[in-house]
Design a protein around this ligand. Structure first.
Ligand code: SER
Length: 338
């Protein structure tokens, strides 16, 4: 008998770190985590951890022989800045990794005659606005607008959303008998900010980097112009979005990919919030024109009304609460001298 579990890939990453903690408190099934890296100390022991490469066929074979996946949170990915330095490998990890897992989920859905739920974090990086004038005009993009990403990561996320929809609705559509299909659900996140971890390899990283540098008493040079604006979200809300979408009754979902967002800030406004709590912080602007061009192509805000309507999405943290109640108190503790 295979053991029923919830699988989390990329569990040692930023979202994984927060999600594993939350799931350990509330999951009906034991957790199996997969990552190239060992788990950070504070979540070690909350799951059966497999330190391995998702692209290794033997690893997936072993997983399938041992476990029945009730739900998969597929978080493993290389982010948008990192992806531009090794686009072929990024495609390999982001697309082929997702394809392998979707096939696994499809096979298990058929075998157990019940859909495996597949939760996929997508990103604001799927948007690609051609210039700042268009970005001003389309201030709050809806899911289907401006899907012209200009990074490998963004293109990978957009394509994997489509693959997910395919495996949920059209897989083997010409077969005489319809298979039981995967239950794929995805949220497009804005830039995420955690109080406990610093992102690596993303292009929205200037926000969290600014804040963590200030808390550490280090100077920081922001790599985009002061007026560059994108939406952000505090990590507890990102976890909440994943869990709420997973828990939503299937009949309430009118689409499989949803925008979710919390608050939009320009880099200058982000700096002002940081200065409010760390008045000594030294934050300057030294734009890296290439990374800035990527953020300029992302929407200034996202319309998340479909998520609000279909599954009651609502962030707990607006910008004030995010800084006052989650980010600053936890960051102060994190960098407190022992
Ligand atoms: N935070 C991600 C990045 O910057 C966007 O999803 O790549």
């Amino acid at each position: 008998m295979r053991k029923k579990v919830v699988l989390i890939t990329g569990a040692a990453g930023e979202i994984g770190h927060a999600l594993v903690k939350a799931l350990a408190r509330q999951s009906e099934y034991p957790l199996v985590t997969l990552d190239l890296q060992p788990l950070p100390e504070d979540i070690d022991g909350l799951s059966t951890h497999i330190e391995a490469d998702l692209l290794d066929a033997n690893v997936l074979d072993r997983l399938v022989s041992e476990y029945e996946f009730e739900r998969i949170f597929h978080l493993a990915a290389l982010l948008s800045t990192r992806g531009e330095f090794s686009p072929v490998m990024t495609h390999e990890v982001n697309v082929n990794g997702t394809m392998r897992l979707l096939r696994l989920a499809a096979e298990q859905s058929e075998w157990r005659r019940r859909p495996v739920q597949f939760i996929f974090p997508s990103s604001i990086a799927v948007y690609g606005l051609p210039d700042l004038e268009t970005k001003r005009q389309y201030a709050r993009v809806r899911e289907w607008e401006w899907n012209y990403p200009r990074t490998m990561y963004g293109a990978n996320k957009l394509y994997c959303e489509l693959l997910g929809v395919y495996f949920s609705q059209y897989y083997r559509q010409l077969a005489a008998e319809q298979p039981v299909m995967v239950d794929f659900r995805s949220v497009r996140f804005p830039g995420l900010i955690s109080a406990f971890t610093i992102p690596s390899g993303g292009t929205s990283d200037y926000g969290p980097e600014m804040l963590h540098a200030a808390a550490k008493g280090e100077p920081y040079a922001c790599f985009v112009r002061p007026d560059v604006r994108i939406p952000f979200m505090a990590m507890p809300d990102a976890v909440k979005a994943l869990l709420d979408l997973a828990a939503a009754p299937a009949e309430n979902l009118s689409q499989r990919v949803y925008n979710v967002t919390s608050f939009s800030l320009s880099a200058e406004e982000f700096r002002a919030w940081v200065l409010k709590f760390f008045p000594q912080a030294e934050i300057t602007f030294e734009p890296d024109l290439k990374r800035q061009a990527i953020v300029d192509s992302w929407a200034a805000d996202m319309d998340d009304s479909a998520a609000r309507r279909d599954w009651g999405w609502q962030p707990d943290y607006d910008v004030q609460r995010a800084f006052e109640e989650y980010l600053v108190p936890n960051i102060l503790q994190l960098y407190q001298p022992a």
